[in-house]
Design a protein around this ligand. Sequence first.
Ligand code: IPE
Ligand code: IPE
Ligand code: MG
Length: 232
Amino acid sequence: MQGVTIPKHIAIIMDGNGRWAKKRMLPRSVGHKFGMERMVSLMEHAFDLGVEHITVYALSTENLQRPKDELEALFDLIRKNYREYLMPICQRGVRVRSVGNIALLPEDVQKILRDTEAETSQYEKKSINIAVCYGARDEIIRAVNSAVERGEKVTEKSFSSLLYTKDVPDPDLIIRTGKEVRLSNFLLYQAAYAELYFSKKMFPAFSDKDLDKAIVDFSLRTRRFGKTDEQL
Ligand code: IPE
Ligand code: IPE
Ligand code: MG
């Protein structure tokens, strides 16, 4: 995509798997499986374009209240496919991290996430960040509590280093699929100056071309960060 400014860090709220499946009379779990496959292809495409960091919202703290069978199906997807799907991307020099309170997951699922992190920890430049058991309020409260325990006042810089996303720059572009126009407790602190893009497509139907469209839209925006046009 010549002449287009590629965002360094894209974050995606991958919403709409359930509705995508329901419309096709399929179980929600099938929607999640297609969603995971779409996520992997979209990541490949984004790295091909020159994106350096990708953060995806896979499971929120609030999603943990969903029916047990849906959660089990999601955990099974991690058990069966996580490494197999992600490792080929990592081989191009991408580090995988999970961001969120993964202690809330079953032990064996935690281990898969931790092992994948360890196996890819040598890669420094590019990253995939999987937000799982993630809630921005939980993240902020934890950061505040750890600052209080240390008895230290925080600065913007030191506070960022207490967040789950401490090693990743703030997102430049946040995309939400699935029609809703809200953040649903995602990266509330980090999103301060992110450009927001909402797509009506359900996540399993959000194509590489749709990502290109979002990036072109991003590229046409003026990011002023509080300044005037003349100051830029
Ligand atoms: C997003 O899709 C994925 C997760 C929250 C795990 P949903 O499962 O929320 O799909 P809809 O919104 O019900 O269609
Ligand atoms: C947001 O989607 C969380 C993820 C995509 C993982 P939800 O489906 O949970 O959001 P709400 O409940 O519609 O706000
Ligand atoms: Mg949803």
